[in-house]
Design a protein around this ligand. Sequence first.
Ligand SMILES: NC(=O)c1ccc[n+]([C@@H]2O[C@H](COP(=O)([O-])OP(=O)(O)OC[C@H]3O[C@@H](n4cnc5c(N)ncnc54)[C@H](OP(=O)(O)O)[C@@H]3O)[C@@H](O)[C@H]2O)c1
Length: 292
Amino acid sequence: MSGLIMVTGASGELGRQVVEFLLKLIPAHRVAALARRPEELADFADRGVSVRRGDYEDPDGLERAFDGVEKLLLISARTFTDVKAEHRNVIHAAKTAGVRHVHYTAIQRRAGSTFEIPQVTEWDAYTEKELAASGLDVTVLRNSQYLESFDMLIGELAADRVIRVPAGHTPTALATRTDMAEATAAVLATEGHAGHSYTLAASQAFTLDDVAVILGEVTGAPVTYQDTPVEDYVAARVAAGMPEPWASFAAAWFRAMAEGEFTPTDDIERLIGRPTTSIREFLGQRRSRQVQ
Ligand SMILES: NC(=O)c1ccc[n+]([C@@H]2O[C@H](COP(=O)([O-])OP(=O)(O)OC[C@H]3O[C@@H](n4cnc5c(N)ncnc54)[C@H](OP(=O)(O)O)[C@@H]3O)[C@@H](O)[C@H]2O)c1
């Protein structure tokens, strides 16, 4: 293999980390990074990465940006935008530019599940169909919800130290974005993944009851969890100033946990050669910083 490996969304939280891990595995002159504002990636350019401007909404610009690219990581576009058109543009431009292999970040789903995360699930199905029809080599990376996003959605502890979210009591195996980025880089840097998909989740599951216990230990005072009806959760978020569409969207992620969408797998462990970050390690590092 001699062409470039390009990471789209390289200015984002996941993409930036994928590029960092790739740079540990292959020489910088084989790595390319796409951004709408390439100046944000000056640090990568300084280290020899080919930084290119590209917007998922600009098919011609994408085709130019993909020149010389052999493998592409399509990091899914942001919700509340025209994701189907954006992904279609990337796939068609990749095909026209001669890219051989596209890797796509979908969301993890339980086998046989009919649960829908509005926008996300339908867009993944559409994108995977477009990829299958493109004739390109395809690898799908099914990411669990990021532990970082989950922690952000829980937010600051309320004064009464009760977590009130609609996540049920189902075990859930969320992995960190960092572990997913490292696993993704391992796939990009090696061969033999065409036609395969990987489920990038943690190998150990936890419940919200576990989260409450750990947060109690980390912050030094007991925390409890109360499974909360979606309507009450959304009303509380809206009362706190969150726009209703965002509150409903956040609720859908908690419902996905309750529905058991995020089951454990050892794909990350096998790809990175070490255990995934546990909920205890994650909350310990993150929340202890907040209470210092
Ligand atoms: N599994 C999960 O829990 C979870 C949680 C949140 C999001 N996601 C999905 O995973 C993706 C990556 O997550 P993240 O945390 O890295 O999100 P992020 O920090 O918001 O990064 C998104 C990246 O996509 C780029 N992008 C968005 N629209 C684009 C366009 N039209 N053309 C070119 N680039 C565009 C952004 O570029 P700019 O810097 O130019 O905006 C940014 O680099 C998200 O976009 C979302 O689809 C998954």
